[in-house]
Design a binder for this molecule. Structure first.
Ligand code: ADP
Length: 320
């Protein structure tokens, strides 16, 4: 194998740069050229690429986002776009491709694999909704961002007897809200996977305040409700001041945590070594501490990752 390529696609997250760096350094140390495709699959279709060197990835590891940039590419959803992407890869004499992204990006990778391109996918998505991996790249950094924001919020919440509703990302998956709820000592974590009753919540909040507890934090995943709606209802029913914090894209950015840096290094190195062994069509994952490989076919048919029951039990035992 003489030349491989790497791209980042879909929603960006912290740790992507560290993974690109690991791919480049592993490729070069095996005498394989590494081409960086810009703006995900769009760059593949438009032939926007550059040859990457150790200098290209110097001082990038600690930076969030992706220096190759990411984009949504509608052309990849149709046959002509998929064909053009495949032809361009072949013309560029690229013998293997590492795709860093979420489940949509993995479906794109599978389409290229079906057309004869060797691909390895790295799971990257802050929601932690990708199946067949315990953790995706970017999740840990996003959690640290949330924890930092909520800790700060608690200081001001307790100074003014306030309830705060904090909205995290997670349209279908409540992982961030649930884990942040546990890590921040929130009163509630509302997630799409579990039903909740706002009447019960209001009753409980009232009791807390009567007992002299001066602040409450309610975490809500965006798929479980809008922070503003929940805050309005609490204010209407209980009467006390309820503020919101919608974390939005703040969660995605920032310097990657040590966990994400190490995970990016392990994923990046394994991706290239797997391609060099002649293997293809796999998504890497973290499974009980080791790097696993699952067929992309299986991953893309696997649906969303279920919420970990042990986390639900942990939250419930801690009174969340
Ligand atoms: P993520 O990878 O974060 O889940 P998206 O779902 O937006 O983000 O997917 C990223 C890109 O992957 C899309 O813009 C598109 O180019 C490509 N993609 C998504 N689904 C498919 C598919 N079924 N076939 C081919 N390419 C796809």
């Amino acid at each position: 194998m003489k030349r491989i390529a790497v791209l980042t696609s879909g929603g960006d997250c912290s740790g992507m740069n560290a993974a690109i760096r690991a791919v480049v350094r592993t490729g070069l140390s095996n005498n394989v050229e590494v081409v960086g495709i810009q703006k995900g699959y769009q760059g593949l279709i438009d032939r926007q690429y550059e040859l990457l060197t150790t200098k290209s990835v110097s001082s990038k590891l600690q930076v969030g986002g992706t220096f190759l940039q990411s984009a949504r590419c509608l052309a990849m959803l149709e046959e002509p776009g998929r064909r053009l992407a495949t032809e361009n890869l072949k013309e560029m004499e690229i013998e293997g491709l590492v795709v860093i992204g979420g489940d949509g990006s993995h479906r794109g990778a599978l389409e290229l694999q079906k057309r004869g391109i060797r691909v390895i996918a790295i799971p990257a998505s802050i929601d932690n909704d990708i199946p067949f991996t315990d953790m995706s790249l970017g999740v840990d950094t996003a959690l640290n961002n949330i924890i930092h924001a909520v800790d700060n919020l608690k200081d001001t919440a307790s100074s003014h007897d306030r309830t705060f509703v904090v909205e995290t990302m997670g349209r279908n998956c409540g992982y961030l809200a649930l884990v942040a709820g546990i890590a921040c000592g929130a009163e509630y974590a509302l997630i799409p996977e579990s039903r909740y009753d706002l009447n019960d919540i209001c009753e409980h909040l009232q009791k807390r305040f009567q007992e002299g507890r001066d602040n409450s934090i309610i975490m809500v995943a965006e798929g479980a409700g809008k922070a503003q709606d929940i805050a309005d209802q609490i204010k209407d029913r209980v009467g006390f001041e309820t503020r919101i914090m919608v974390l939005g894209h703040y969660q995605r950015g920032g310097s990657p945590s040590s966990f994400d840096r190490l995970l990016a290094a392990r994923f990046g190195v394994t991706a290239v070594e797997t391609l060099l062994r002649g293997e293809s069509g796999k998504m890497l994952g973290l499974s009980c501490g080791t790097i696993s490989q699952t067929d992309l076919e299986k991953v893309t048919q696997g649906g969303r990752r279920d919420i970990d029951e042990t986390l639900l039990r942990l939250a419930s035992t801690l009174g969340i």
